[in-house]
Design a protein around this ligand. Structure first.
Ligand code: SAM
Length: 247
């Protein structure tokens, strides 16, 4: 997968050299290029922002450098065109389903906003030649899109075939498509079986795969009810069995 990231703070992306994603880059599964937006400015101060039309506090990112960098990174007529992801608190919520959708794309371009955001004409113009997703990480406001892009790249990157050591680990995750779609994963344990007088739940040591699967689902349902009741409300009632309803 090819990723182009445009930012005024390229150093923010140093973490993409470590751990799973660093390895994915080194093995060629992930081709990441980080572009400094200021390279597409033409004044002495390398200006990327200006005051907002209509007044108000803060600054807005100017359209010209954004237009030029997008034309360079993804020239008009690119076939296939990339999908442009623009992090913004006013976007659609980022979810595991969206991560999976993006992981199926061959090429993503990320546009990191700063200040009060990017002049809206940039997204309007980009939509005429590529798919554009304005995406929010949640109901809070970050100082810039860099951290949001790191989060998305990690969530997408770990879904790419070959990136995780054990491909099965994603199928049991919270929000994974299938039985976990609207559920949070329950508690997990490892050795030793007794630690500070706390035993591992006996069923996990039983070797009874059916009982273990049932216990995991019960715990997932309980945790979801406790921490994210909104997910249970959205769950397809047809996906619940008799036992689920009693939990
Ligand atoms: N004035 C904007 C608003 O109220 O919607 C907030 C701008 S924020 C200070 C600057 C940049 O941070 C945004 O352009 C976006 O790139 C990023 N950002 C902030 N919060 C975000 C969130 N919840 N999800 C995704 N990106 C976010």
């Amino acid at each position: 997968m090819k990723l182009d990231i445009v930012t005024i703070f390229p150093d923010y992306f140093a973490p993409l050299d470590v751990s799973l994603l660093g390895k994915a880059r080194r093995t060629g599964l992930l081709d990441v290029r980080v572009h400094d937006l200021r390279e597409w400015t033409h004044d002495r101060h390398r200006t990327v922002d200006d005051t907002p039309y209509g007044g108000g506090p803060g600054m807005v990112m100017k359209p010209e450098p954004w237009g030029e960098v997008l034309d360079t990174v993804a020239p008009p007529g690119s076939d296939p065109a990339p999908r442009l992801v623009v992090p913004t608190p006013s976007g659609r919520p980022f979810t595991q389903a969206m991560a999976a959708e993006l992981a199926a794309e061959p090429w993503l371009v990320f546009a990191c906003g700063r200040y009060e955001g990017i002049d809206s004409r940039v997204v309007d113009e980009a939509r005429t030649r590529m798919r554009v997703d304005e995406v929010s990480l949640g109901d809070f406001v970050l100082a810039g899109g860099e951290v949001a892009v790191l989060v998305m790249v990690e969530a997408v990157g770990r879904l790419l075939p070959g990136v995780l050591g054990n491909a099965d680990s994603v199928t049991d995750d919270s929000f994974a498509p299938g039985p976990m779609e609207s559920l949070l994963e329950g508690p997990v344990y490892t050795k030793p079986p007794l630690w500070r007088d706390r035993p591992v739940p006996e069923v996990l040591l039983s070797g009874n795969h059916g009982a273990i699967a049932r216990w995991r689902r019960d715990e997932a349902l309980r945790r979801t009810a406790r921490n994210r009741p909104d997910l249970l409300v959205r769950m397809d009632p047809g996906s619940l069995d008799e036992h689920d309803r009693r939990v």
